[in-house]
Design a protein around this ligand. Structure first.
Ligand SMILES: CN1c2c(nc(N)[nH]c2=O)NC[C@@H]1CNc1ccc(C(=O)N[C@@H](CCC(=O)N[C@@H](CCC(=O)N[C@@H](CCC(=O)O)C(=O)O)C(=O)O)C(=O)O)cc1
Ligand SMILES: N[C@@H](CCS)C(=O)O
Ligand SMILES: [Zn+2]
Length: 770
């Protein structure tokens, strides 16, 4: 039996990568210094895994931005707009990579960034490959080869991880019509062959191909491409040990295809799909050479592994597969886990009682090794002690008094259909809201957050360190909020926001105030590029001891005659972006959060807030990967939103906001959320996303985002009126709002001000045309 790991977090346990990348972008460090940080992180990660006793350690799981973008660079899939950077400017590879990820606006260039989207059902975002009809591929970046050599220099015979060619194509987008991206496979494969040849030449033996598309519903053609691809790879490189990994779901109807592939090891995510071993045995397709990689340790959550349960799964696998063909692994890459629980030394943030139930990446690596040893060395006393300690920790969690709250359970049980419905339907509410709010057509607003400047973050850091008092911190935030209100008034914004300056993050902020949540000091996980999140931990029944946002919204509203939008994160998004308890269904936890948010909505209304936004950007991401599971999820997710939103009077206008999501296949459910206004990210698709709303004849009001907030680039009024005209062509003007794609927290004030002035002017021009 052996152990391996699918990938280790690359941000560094102190977010060294984030800090180095941002310093490089700001011109504060050189490219060589940035490269050095990368090397240090990789070395630390490799050594940690080696010391822990992992048999096969991954390389090429590191990335300066994103592993899908790295693959685009590896195979030379560089969209044409960046060619000038290579040809005229001959920029180094790292600058090309960052230009593709973040755009390039200097030295006379104005190159937009590539699209970014959710990585399956995670809060990680990847850069979407772009393909042209005449797409040409050739080996460009040698990163995987260099990292293998570097690992070797560090004494490690590493296992290169490659995003498989089929998933790479399927995760991308055709930028022209007239072809399907999968048809590019024959042009792409030679580049993979070249990479494999070079790896083979330097004695790489094990290669991990990640094909997470196998977690999705594939059609026959897609399955055939998988089969043909791996047959060709094996034929070309018969002596390489091919590991095929998919995760986040069962193989489902793709199982018989994968069992017949000429690969040496097949990875199973037994956390998401514990029945997979039975399915494999029942298929009768298990060949007597295939190794099974048992993904037993949860790479997506922070709870300690249940050793007894995992050992049962190992035993079950071992009934038909000999131990020397069984591998033990995490369920997926540990990219989605925080780095090291040992760094959580603040007992107030994370109580020892709860901490003892948890494991981060470093601890998960130890769990993988311990599981294997428990399976093969059953008479080792020290190991048996580990098993007993594990059983005791799990039992303590099950029986802990801090998990259960009778009142919360009773309240959930007493929810009625009425609680999930507004008093009247939208047509009636609309009239009452129009009379009460008196807003113009093409009303302008923003999505909530204004720039979280270094200054604002420093105030919070100093407050948390005790350097400034609570009073002082609050005064500073109040001043910042007042400045934001005055500025919005001055440019003629219609519906104002308070700016969310008091929030570290739109989920963590709520987690810190809700009972049933714990939070960490250093539990960072990469969300995209250098941006990280610190997901709170839901360990028990959720309730709201005090109002969470009323103080800030009421203060902002007291400063102005204009309407100020109350700003909340919705129950599904709080659930989705937290580490969730695994001892009850997610739907139950979500309903508990919905009740807490409902109370906040009602309190906001009682304090005079008439427009309340409940953000649900993660509702689409929470969708199960397989369509057969969609309806069940959508039923409870939509209901949770409705419970949160339905405690207010008809006159109170409920907004929701979603970003970076495809809406076509769930538009009916979005309509069923029955928000009075929805704002959506739309500009990067040039309003294409609106088509789903138009085709459905979406009845409520919509604010299609008119500019991309990921770039410092300031859009012109004309660009935005052009987009609004496109919107007006498919959605009646009286339903339209004008807003950016998403919150502005990652932007600077300079570009934010310029862009919003243009946006307000664009709305004014649209009004003149009615
Ligand atoms: C809207 N998005 C969000 C997602 N998920 C969330 N949980 N939140 C989101 O807003 N998913 C989808 C999208 C895109 N994703 C992101 C994710 C993360 C960010 C982002 O801006 N992250 C910040 C960290 C935010 C934060 O928690 N800040 C804290 C502490 C910050 C800090 O580093 N403090 C320093 C000390 C202070 C200093 O010197 O600056 C320290 O601890 O060392 C805070 O504000 O208090 C990031 O920087 O990565 C955006 C979109
Ligand atoms: N209200 C949040 C939503 C982000 S999705 C913000 O503006 O940052
Ligand atoms: Zn958003």
């Amino acid at each position: 039996m052996r152990t391996h790991n699918l990938g280790y977090p690359r941000i560094g346990s102190q977010r060294e990568l984030k800090k180095a990348c941002e310093a490089y972008w700001a011109g504060k460090i050189t490219a060589s210094q940035l490269m050095l940080t990368g090397q240090k992180i990789r070395k630390q990660n490799w050594q940690l895994q080696q010391t822990a006793g992992i048999d096969l350690i991954p390389c090429n799981d590191f990335s300066f931005y994103d592993q899908v973008l790295d693959t685009s660079l590896m195979v030379g899939a560089i969209p044409e707009r960046y060619h000038a950077l290579l040809q005229e400017k001959q920029v180094p590879e790292i600058d090309l990579l960052f230009a593709m990820a973040r755009g390039y606006q200097k030295e006379g260039y104005d190159l937009t960034a590539m699209e970014m989207t959710k990585w399956f059902d995670t809060n990680y975002h990847y850069i979407v490959p772009e393909f042209a009809a005449n797409q040409h591929f050739s080996l460009l970046s040698h990163k995987v080869i260099n990292e293998f050599i570097e690992a070797k220099q560090n004494g490690i015979a590493a296992k290169p991880v490659l995003l498989g060619p089929v998933s790479f194509l399927l995760l991308g987008k055709e930028k022209e019509t007239g072809f399907h991206r999968l048809d590019l496979i024959d042009r792409l494969l030679p580049v993979y062959f070249e990479v494999l040849k070079r790896l083979d030449d330097i004695n790489a033996h094990y290669i991990q191909f990640d094909e997470p598309c196998l977690a999705l519903n594939l059609n026959d053609k897609e399955r055939k491409v998988i089969t043909d691809t791996y047959q060709k790879i094996k034929k070309q490189f018969p002596h390489l040990h091919l590991i095929l990994a998919s995760y986040f779901e069962c193989y489902g109807e793709n199982l018989s295809t994968v069992l017949q592939l000429p690969v040496n090891t097949l990875h199973l995510d037994l956390v998401r799909c514990p029945s997979q071993i039975d399915d494999i045995f029942a298929s009768g397709l298990l060949n007597d050479k295939l190794n099974l990689s048992l993904g037993l340790v949860d790479g997506r959550n922070i709870w300690k592994n249940d050793f007894a349960q995992s050992l049962e799964l190992i035993s079950k696998a071992n009934t038909k597969v000999p131990a020397d063909r069984l591998w033990v692994a995490p369920s997926c890459s540990l990219l989605h886990s925080p780095c090291d629980l040992d760094l959580e030394t603040n007992d107030d943030a994370l109580k020892p009682e709860i901490k003892q139930w948890m494991a981060f990446a470093k601890q998960k690596i130890d769990e993988v090794v311990t599981l294997k040893r428990l399976a093969v060395e059953s008479d080792n006393d020290a190991l048996q002690q580990k098993l007993q300690d594990n059983t005791a920790a799990l039992k303590a969690r099950k029986t802990s008094l801090v998990i259960h709250n009778k009142k919360v359970k009773q309240r959930v049980a007493a929810i009625t259909e009425e609680d999930a419905n507004r008093e009247n339907e939208f047509a009636t509410r609309k009239l009452k809201q129009r009379a009460a709010l008196n807003l113009p057509m093409f009303a302008t607003t923003t999505i909530g957050s204004f720039p979280q400047t270094t200054e604002v973050r420093n105030w919070r850091a100093n407050f948390k360190k005790g350097i400034i008092s609570n009073q002082h911190y609050n005064d500073l935030l109040k001043q910042e909020t007042e400045k934001a209100i005055r500025w919005q008034e001055s440019i003629g914004m219609d519906v104002l926001v308070h700016g969310e300056f008091e929030r570290n993050d739109m989920v963590e902020y709520f987690g810190e105030q809700l009972d049933g949540f714990a939070f960490t000091k250093n539990g960072w996980v990469q969300s995209y590029g250098s941006r990280c999140v610190k997901p709170p931990v839901i360990y028990g029944d959720v309730s709201r001891p005090f109002a969470m946002t009323v103080k800030w919204s009421a203060y902002a509203q007291s400063l102005t005659e204009k309407w100020v939008k109350g700003m909340l994160t919705g129950p599904v998004t709080i659930l989705q972006w937290s580490f969730v308890r695994n001892d009850q269904p997610r739907s139950e936890t979500c309903t508990q959060i919905a009740l807490a948010i409902r109370d906040e909505v009602v309190d906001l209304e009682n304090s005079g807030i008439r427009i309340i936004q409940i953000d649900e950007p993660a509702i689409r991401e929470g969708l199960p990967l397989r369509k057969e599971n969609w309806q069940e999820y959508l039923h409870w997710a939509v209901r949770a939103f409705r419970i949160a939103a339905s405690g207010v009077q008809d006159e109170t206008q409920i907004h929701t906001h979603m970003c970076y999501s495809e809406f076509n296949d769930i538009i009916e459910n979005i309509a069923a959320m029955d928000a009075d206004v929805i704002t959506i990210e739309c500009s990067r698709s040039q309003m294409e996303l609106l088509d789903a709303f138009a085709d459905f004849k979406y009845p409520n009001e919509i604010g299609p985002g008119v500019y991309d907030i990921h770039s410092p680039r300031v859009p012109s009024k004309k660009e935005m009126t052009d987009l609004l005209k496109k919107a007006k062509a498919v959605i009646p003007a009286e339903q339209l709002w004008v807003n950016p794609d998403c919150g502005l927290k990652t932007r600077h004030w300079e570009e934010t001000q310029k862009a919003l002035i243009e946006m307000v002017a664009a709305a004014q021009e649209m009004r003149l045309q009615i």
